[in-house]
Write a protein that binds this ligand. Structure first.
Ligand code: SAM
Ligand code: SF4
Length: 322
């Protein structure tokens, strides 16, 4: 079992399988980002070996993210590989965070490979605003992707980054639309990340919640996942809204996760710069012993809390995976 120095059990690995993406969300990357050189990117087999090493040490949940995970060539082979580990002594769950643009093509393959749930990022239903926020994306494609995912039997949660400047009617539209499809919606506080991303003035989620409560009947929900969201029930839709507030409310005390990038760096915290090179350890020692040692070092080095305030903003969100 992996336990850090602060008594937190590490059971969740988020894996950024690529730093590339077919969208260019303003708050995530620059318009013309510098992507990692291909030679630095681990093969899917290498990523799977690292995942297996974590699973052998007690990781029970893996989420694939990116960049956009579904633009990585042959991604389904990794999903199938990890999907085959779901069950006793393996994984409890394999999930995905995606921008949804490729879901119409991949939803049934994901379901066949053992995936049961996906998170789809969708900040607005307004086609013009979506095009602006993603620098050219089509919201219709994401909507089609979500519908395909539901048809394939995947549970979908919608994630939206809460940005200052989104008109109240847009939040209402998103809440109503998600409710109509039976989907929970998670609102994420924008975090200052590197790579030319720009989050603009920050919008406090407690304030947004108060505003929404003027138009929707919100009551605190007992619903909890292993994640950091705090949920409210929405009486009008029968669904929930989750609030993820890394900046305004600390939730580091119960953090159970590590973040692996496609180059094999593992970051114990999204909001800190210290990383450990599992890719180099994997390539230097085919027995896997060095990999085990570096995993131990990374877990031992997991800080008690994030430090977004002093983060040098050197690491883009698309590299670590949100
Ligand atoms: N491309 C996929 C997607 O958009 O869902 C997966 C990777 S993306 C980096 C993962 C999540 O991080 C998305 O929900 C995205 O909205 C969120 N994200 C990106 N930049 C962010 C930022 N600066 N602050 C908060 N969330 C951010
Ligand atoms: Fe791509 Fe996701 Fe970043 Fe948007 S948030 S640019 S979809 S990786």
């Amino acid at each position: 079992m992996l336990m850090d120095r602060h008594g937190r059990k590490i059971s969740y690995l988020r894996v950024s399988v690529t730093d590339r993406c077919n969208l260019r969300c303003l708050y995530c990357m620059a318009e013309d980002p510098e992507f990692l050189p291909r030679r630095d990117v681990l093969t899917l087999e290498e990523l799977a070996r690292i995942c297996r090493a974590f699973i052998a040490r007690g990781v029970r949940k893996i989420r694939l993210t990116g960049g956009e995970p579904l633009v990585r060539r042959n991604i389904i082979s990794l999903v199938a590989d990890l999907g085959s580990l779901i069950g006793q002594n393996g994984l409890d769950e394999l999930t995905l965070t995606t921008n949804g643009t490729q879901l119409a093509r991949y939803a049934s393959l994901l379901a066949q490979a053992g995936m049961r749930r996906v998170n789809v990022s969708l900040d607005t239903l307004d086609p013009d605003r979506f095009r602006l926020l993603t620098r050219g994306g089509r919201v219709e494609t994401v909507i089609e992707g979500i519908i395909a995912a539901r048809k394939a039997g995947l549970a979908v949660k919608v994630n939206a980054v809460a940005l200052e400047g989104q008109p109240p009617r847009e939040w209402d539209r998103l809440i109503g639309w998600c409710g109509g499809l039976g989907l929970d919606l998670c609102l994420i506080e924008a975090m200052p990340m590197g790579g030319g991303a720009s989050i603009g003035p920050s919008l406090s989620l407690p304030r947004l919640r108060d505003e929404l409560a003027q138009r929707w009947t919100l009551t605190d929900s007992g619903h909890r996942t292993s994640g950091p969201a705090r949920y409210v029930d929405v009486a009008e839709t029968g669904r929930r809204i989750g609030f993820i507030t890394p900046l305004s409310h600390g939730f580091c005390g119960s953090c159970d996760r590590m973040r692996l990038t496609c180059t094999g760096m593992v970051y114990p915290c999204l909001g800190r710069d210290d990383g450990f090179n599992l890719g180099a350890a994997l390539r230097a020692d085919s027995t896997g012993a060095m990999l085990e040692d570096v995993i131990d070092d990374a877990v031992a080095g997991k800080a008690l809390g994030h430090d977004f305030a002093h983060l040098r903003q050197s690491r883009p969100m698309s590299m670590t995976g949100g």
